[in-house]
Ligand binder design. Sequence first.
Ligand code: UD1
Length: 343
Amino acid sequence: MATKIHKILVTGGLGYIGSHVVVELQNKGFGVVIIDDLSNSSLSVLDRIVGITGIKPVFEKIDLKEKKSVTDFFIRHEDIDGVIHFAASKAVGESVNNPLKYYENNIHSLVYLLQEINKLASQKLIFSSSCTVYGQADELPISEEAQIKEPESPYGNTKKVGEQIIKDTCSANTLLNTIALRYFNPIGAHESATIGELPIGTPQNLVPFVTQTGIGLREKLSIFGNDYPTPDGTCIRDYIHVVDLAKAHTIAMERLIEEKNTENYEVYNIGTGKGSSVLEVVNAFKKVTGVRLNYSFAERRAGDIISAYADTKKANRILGWKSELTLKDALLSAWKWEKKIRS
Ligand code: UD1
């Protein structure tokens, strides 16, 4: 008997993390349907996915805030075996200035999606959450048991509330099986350098700012604060290669499809377990690329926490997932991507 090809819906599948997950899913033999509203992505990513995998995923341009479009989509695709939900707005600063955009984009869409998943024969969802829900944790490394803190921004709140909405829905509907993955800091790009992060305007995140400075698009990097209580005074984060992160999603989806989950709502930290300071990132970038960055120290950035890195034991033990690529691998891939898009 031929093995069934499982059909996975990836919302936001043309975005930075979504596109890497689509590649990993296709590499593993899943059938993929992408929904994306193209608000922060480009249709050209679809061709790039084909370039890497040789397979064209189904694509539908749908805005998940339009309830009827979501309902109609699931009428056409009632045989979906699982959903991985990325589609969301993610700029922290913008969320502070325009909170309602964030609550509408990130919360309405999740509710409409859950309402439809609740009707499917196979009700499985992986939710893209963030370590931002921990705020400045009291203990490091941060385990899934750590207290959820008051969010620093409306964006952070949409992740916290999103998790709660899913958890409540799972309590009410025991047929629904979900996994929330709390990502630490995703960086890097696919080794082909054909998909990667494409920030609009001035990058807010460290690594895109570093690569754009390296290539000469930005004059210099400002390091936000060098008086933190860390060994070199700069903030510490857990930078995880986006390809490792993508693999965590395929493994989590397999867990749901094989019905190996022990709870119908599970949460895992996805990071490397290793913290790196901003200065360590800058130095590692110089080592792998040979490019010396122009940088200076600036004021602390409002809302930044001092240090965050993951306790990954739960993901290692239960999911059987572990990050394989290093910070240097990730920085080199981000650099190759930057050079490719500017060439
Ligand atoms: C940020 C978001 C977080 C989101 C994550 C997605 C904030 C406060 N948090 O996390 O909610 O989930 O992105 O990846 O925005 N840095 C500099 N100079 C720069 C840019 C950054 O020194 O030009 C420093 C920051 O102060 C921080 C570190 O680099 O210490 C990492 O910053 P960033 O990449 O923005 O990630 P987070 O702030 O950890």
